[in-house]
Write a protein that binds this ligand. Structure first.
Ligand code: GAR
Length: 193
């Protein structure tokens, strides 16, 4: 069974969707570690309830980014994690993690990339007045929400829709698309070590 590490920074609703899918058996994988860069993030509570080990680490406690990522890398190796799944991890992945896990780091972003990368993507799309937005799942490279696209799902924005309604709809799409896409990826790579 494939061993996944999930990285998150906040609420962790995508972490929850992935943990629930593993629990239900629709995602044939094991979540071996949650990595969280905010010690008071709600996602840590979710991990505790799901019985998933968490490593919370504040970058401020390390000399530099390389030292911070090396500490994470050590935990990933101890947990024997094969892939990194970013689920609302609001930090750029640096060379230390990228070189160790190149091609094995995946991110979810709440827009149709390459439109609206970075922070507050749902708000950015809403304020721009676009009629279609969506969700993108992609491999991670050096950039901000760049890297080869794996899956996308589009959503129409209704003219009179409130931002809260749109946000909830985007999250619903994320919670279904992320586990489904990872399950399909793992299936495709079965037998590949
Ligand atoms: C999600 O919408 C995710 O796509 C987004 O952060 C949110 C985290 O929510 N990620 C990015 O914007 C990455 N650039 P969650 O903590 O409830 O899963």
């Amino acid at each position: 069974m494939r061993k996944l590490a999930i990285f998150a920074s906040g609420n962790g609703s995508n972490f929850q969707a992935l943990a629930d899918s593993v629990q239900k058996g629709t995602l044939d994988a094991e979540i071996v570690l949650l990595v969280c860069d905010k010690k008071d993030a709600f996602v840590i509570q979710r991990a505790k309830e799901a019985g998933i080990p968490a490593f919370s680490c504040s970058p401020k406690e390390y000399e530099n980014k390389a030292a911070y990522e090396q500490a994470i890398l050590d935990q990933l190796h101890i947990a024997d994690a094969e892939m990194i799944i970013l689920a609302g991890y609001m930090r750029l992945i640096g060379p230390t993690l990228l070189s160790a896990y190149r091609g094995r780091i995946i991110n979810i972003h709440p827009s149709l990339l390459p439109a609206f990368p970075g922070l507050n993507a749902i708000e950015q799309a809403y304020e721009k007045g676009v009629k279609v937005t969506g969700v993108t799942i992609h491999y991670v490279d050096e950039g901000v929400d760049t890297g080869p696209i794996i899956a996308q799902e589009a959503l129409q924005i209704e003219g009179s829709e409130a931002i809260e309604t749109l946000t909830a709809r985007v999250h619903r799409v994320e919670h279904a698309l992320y586990p489904k896409t990872i399950a399909a990826l793992l299936k495709k790579s079965e037998g590949v070590t």
